[in-house]
Design a protein around this ligand. Structure first.
Ligand SMILES: Nc1ncnc2c1ncn2[C@@H]1O[C@H](COP(=O)(O)OP(=O)(O)OP(=O)(O)O)[C@@H](O)[C@H]1O
Length: 254
């Protein structure tokens, strides 16, 4: 039986997680709980281990010690079809959108559907492509190729391509990187709309404090291998901790 998670129940539970590469101790006792329907923002300077943490969550890396339980399953113990099924429930929206340049928007969106869900009819594929494009507000771009789209539109299509498999969890890697401030705000809105429409649980990795403030139900600051502080944006940034204050001062733009 598939486990069904109710709002507020933990969907991701990371406990006392350690990961080193030789002498480089990247994660040193990470604890994190993300509840059903929650947007959790992970903040941290470059190289602090945010991507390593995400890779452990999707089974691309194994921890040295500790637990990483996603949708009720210890990820490091999943193999073969079980790991594949778990990964299908986790949508990973890459930083560079990773669209295929030679394919139209329609073809880019069809690709994950056809690859992962066999025996869909043409009408079902069309319906799902159009639904998800409408959800990200870009139905009119269906026959365009990525080169004809703006950076913000490409991000949206990248998010749509992840959403089309209706994942329970969304992992956004630097969703606003390289975008102008207005487009950043539009992406933040989209992340919030996705949460409402698709009832997703999300982790949003970012350096962008406006994104953190606007999308995060809670934010967690990764520093020196651990989460230094977790809470609402206001709770975290009202802290007197010097390293949090200096992160805020260097990163807050508007
Ligand atoms: N497979 C690996 N082998 C060896 N070292 C690795 C490996 N993966 C990551 N690292 C190292 O672990 C550290 C954390 O990397 P990670 O990519 O998680 O940083 P990050 O917080 O995501 O940074 P950024 O914000 O720049 O993407 C880095 O020093 C990186 O070089």
């Amino acid at each position: 039986m598939e486990e069904v998670f109710k709002p507020g129940e933990p969907v991701i539970e990371v406990r006392d997680l350690y990961k080193s590469f030789g002498d480089l101790h990247v994660l040193q006792g990470v604890d994190l709980t993300v509840n059903k329907g929650e947007n959790m923002v992970v903040l941290g300077r470059s190289g602090t281990g945010k991507s390593v943490l995400i890779k452990i969550m999707v089974g691309l890396l194994k921890q040295d010690r500790g637990d990483c339980v996603v949708l009720g399953k210890e990820v490091s113990k999943q193999e073969g079809n079980d790991l594949r099924d778990l990964r299908l429930k986790i949508g990973f929206s890459f930083q560079n959108s990773a669209l295929y340049d030679s394919m139209t928007v329609r073809e880019n969106l069809e690709f994950p559907l056809v690859r992962n869900i066999p025996n869909l009819t043409r009408a079902e594929i069309d319906e799902q492509v159009e639904y998800v494009l409408d959800a990200v507000g870009l139905l009119q771009t269906i026959n365009q190729v990525p080169a004809e789209l703006s950076g913000g539109q490409r991000k949206r299509i990248g998010i749509a391509r992840t959403l089309i498999l209706k994942p329970e969890i969304m992992l956004y890697d630097e969703p606003t990187a390289g975008l102008d401030p207005i487009t950043c705000l539009e992406i933040n809105e989209l992340i919030n709309e996705v949460k409402e429409k698709y009832q997703t649980t999300s982790i949003i990795i970012t350096h962008d404090l406006t994104c953190a403030r606007d999308t995060g139900d809670r934010v967690a600051m990764l520093l020196d291998g651990k989460f230094l502080k977790t809470g609402t944006f206001e709770e975290v940034f009202s802290s007197d901790e010097e390293r949090i204050k200096s992160f805020y001062d260097y990163n807050f733009i508007h």
